[in-house]
Design a protein around this ligand. Structure first.
Ligand SMILES: [Zn+2]
Length: 414
């Protein structure tokens, strides 16, 4: 299997007006973006800034393209299982395409059939990227390293802060004990499930009604993760799991995000990928905890919201506008802009209208939908910075510290 071919086939850019590297808009003030989910650590190409750029770029992100798109903070998703299966519904655990990728790329043999080793290998890739000073990448794992990122970002706008997010607790081979191993490797976000029910919780991709969203082992894992200051990610979670985790949160506080999702504009609309798109009521439950919801940029997450009476030819199908429609819909449903973040899912084997260099397209699209300028900044990334300042473990630099300065500088920028 040729890794480049796999990416060309599955990590596509095919909007009605495709937009890629080379088309980067250089006009207008630059926004600070914080993307709370993308999967380039799974890409088998070199994603460092010095990687030889192909004439026809593959995939959606690498350090250079993140920089060009204005990404200041990036959560690197770490998936360990994706089955070869149509539509990702009721697919179970095998055959695992990520195992096949690991084998074809000759990743260390221990990663081939072991989820935890696969996760640690991807963490190691990010650590290697951060070790190369040319990448200007700061590994953010707690509050002191967030301060380090802020301090460097104030001096050099090209600096990116990278965080690790596990996608699916099946990688916790030793249950709550594995949390310590992951935390030591820099993981900050813990996603409980991915495409199938695991020992800890139930997935939205398994169509059956779940009696229990969260198992006892899942509860133990969350308690240990919370003790270590991790953020719980409910992307891909069944509605039962979402509710169980929110109930558990009442007893002890831990931050929650849904790192990449769609928001279903019509709960009964089967045409709009109901399984992958969060229901408005569930999204409200998460926002009420102060948590972030990350609407994504892939095709299925952006089902068109067609207002009654709109002629088909007037439905704008460009991806940036579809994203802006989604945000506009959330604001109309009374979501505070602070709880709306960007969760692109770039390089997550989905179809996109643009790669990371196209992120600046979102600002004019949001402005066209009358999203106020301050709210655009907040949604693009400003509030994610605040959320991390408030929630990452460890003590902050004496106040006002570098992150307070960075926040104020970005908030004041034109
Ligand atoms: Zn995902």
């Amino acid at each position: 299997m040729d890794a480049g071919l796999v990416e060309q086939r599955y990590n596509t850019v095919e909007g009605s007006r495709p937009f890629q590297w080379g088309d980067a808009p250089n006009t207008g003030p630059r926004l600070f973006f914080a993307d709370i989910h993308a999967d380039p650590l799974l890409a088998l190409r070199d994603i460092g800034v010095d990687a030889p750029m192909a004439r026809e770029p593959v995939g959606h992100t690498d350090i250079l393209r993140l920089r060009q798109g204005g990404v200041g903070l990036q959560v690197f998703g770490v998936p360990t299982n994706k089955t070869w299966c149509k539509d990702n519904e009721d697919c179970g655990e095998h055959p695992n395409m990520i195992s096949a990728l690991a084998i074809s790329a000759l990743w260390p043999p221990e990663t081939w059939f072991d989820y935890e080793a696969l996760a640690l290998h991807q963490a190691h890739r990010l650590a290697n990227l951060a070790a190369d000073p040319d990448n200007k990448l700061v590994l953010v794992r707690d509050r002191p390293t967030l301060d380090e990122f802020c301090e460097r970002k104030l001096k050099d706008p090209e600096v990116i802060g990278g965080l690790l997010g596990l996608e699916g607790a099946q990688a916790l081979t030793h249950g709550a004990e594995s949390i310590g191993v992951l935390r030591k490797s820099g993981f900050v976000l813990l996603g409980l499930v991915h495409f199938f029910d695991n020992a800890y919780g139930s997935s939205q991709h398994e169509g059956k009604e779940h009696k229990r969203g969260l198992t006892d082992a899942g509860e133990a894992v969350i308690v240990e993760a919370a003790r270590r200051g991790m953020i719980i990610d409910l992307a891909h979670a069944s509605k039962e799991l979402i509710r169980a985790v929110i109930d558990l949160r009442v007893e002890g506080s831990f931050p929650i995000v849904v790192s990449h999702t769609g928001i279903n504009p019509a709960p009964d609309d089967d045409a709009c990928s109901p399984a992958r798109n969060l229901k408005v009521e569930d999204a409200h439950l998460i926002a009420n905890t102060g948590g972030l919801i990350g609407p994504g940029l892939w095709d299925d997450a952006l089902c068109p919201i067609i207002e009654e009476g709109t002629a088909p030819q007037d439905v704008d199908d460009t991806y940036a506008r579809r994203f802006a429609d989604r945000v506009d819909f959330m604001i109309k449903k009374e979501f505070d802009a602070r709880f709306i973040a960007l969760g692109s899912d770039f390089d997550g084997y989905e179809q996109f209208g643009f790669d990371a260099t196209g992120l600046p397209l979102l600002a004019p699209a949001l402005a066209e939908r009358d999203v106020p300028k301050d709210a655009i900044k907040v949604i693009a990334g400003l509030h994610v910075l605040r959320f991390l300042m408030d929630n990452l473990p460890g003590s902050a630099a004496p106040s006002p510290g570098p992150c307070d300065h960075l926040y104020d500088t970005l908030a004041r920028a034109p």
